[in-house]
Design a protein. Structure first.
Length: 281
């Protein structure tokens, strides 16, 4: 009499969700394995050094020669006609951007846990890219908060006048948290991250970032040197996170000269390629 075997029971949805979430987190902390990561690290260090040196020189020049003049030219803070600018500037608020990306990651995990095969792989490939964008902003914002606390630069007109050299280090309140601009950090980190993944969006994303930067000046929330510092922190932070992902073969490949390039993204018509390409070769 033939022996029949029943198929193994499929794991429950909670178990699948736990598996998907666990793998997504583990891939971020696994040991770097890309053979060209040393070349990429040298290129990152070189570019970061040049950007930081040029940025620091520009920040100092703005503090000395332009910050006070620009602030005095702006409309008075609280001007009623600036309400559209106050709405627009919130599109660069790091809490809001991180919340949107965080919700997207949670929804993606919930959906992926119910799928199998290529469809799950497709979603997880998108999830890796969302993780990159989320961490690019989160890491940059964390560094910015430390800098704000240590530097303690007063916001424009704190103390009653436009004084670009009003510093109270380690003061720890929002009044003395002007440098770097958190909105500029988030906007430029997001712009770099999206552009790194989808280069065709570069012009649109950096236009968005510059608009956010300008809203902070029009609203007299920051000095010009603050927003330049924020752009610098956001860009270098996102560059560093991109290297972290590339070194672990996540979302990016590394060329022989150390240049980091995006892998083919989750685009309809490329399912087989994406299924093989969540990690770099």
């Amino acid at each position: 009499m033939p022996i029949t075997t029943s198929p193994a029971p499929r794991p429950s949805y909670p178990a699948q969700l736990l598996t998907v979430s666990g793998r997504a987190l583990k891939q971020l902390v696994r040991t770097p394995s890309h053979s060209r990561r040393a070349e990429a690290a040298r290129k990152l260090a070189r570019h970061s050094l040049w950007l930081s040196a040029a940025g620091a020189a520009l920040i100092i020049a703005l503090m000395v020669a332009f910050d006070q003049t620009e602030i005095e030219l702006m409309p008075a803070r609280g001007t009623p006609s600036l309400w559209p600018i106050r709405i627009l500037t919130d599109f660069g608020k790091d809490e809001y951007v991180l919340s949107v990306l965080g919700v997207a990651l949670v929804v993606l995990a919930l959906v992926a846990a119910a799928l199998h095969g290529t469809r799950r792989t497709l979603l997880l490939g998108l999830g890796t890219r969302l993780q990159f964008m989320f961490l690019s902003i989160a890491v940059s914002a964390f560094v910015a908060e430390i800098l704000k606390y240590v530097i303690g630069r007063g916001r424009p007109f704190v103390g009653g006048k436009a004084n670009p050299f009003n510093f109270v280090p380690f003061e720890g309140t929002g009044t003395y948290a002007s440098l770097p601009s958190g909105h500029a950090v988030a906007a430029f980190a997001l712009a770099f991250a999206v552009s790194a993944l989808w280069p065709r969006l570069r012009v649109f994303m950096f236009t968005y970032a510059i608009v956010i930067l300008l809203t902070r000046l029009v609203l007299v929330a920051h000095h010009p040197s603050d927003v330049v510092a924020g752009a610098l922190v956001g860009t270098v932070g996102a560059m560093t996170v991109r290297y972290w992902f590339a070194a672990r073969r996540l979302g990016f490949a590394i060329r022989a000269d150390g240049t980091i390039v995006p892998l083919a993204g989750p685009v309809p018509g490329r399912l087989k390629r994406v299924a093989r390409g969540a990690s770099a070769p």
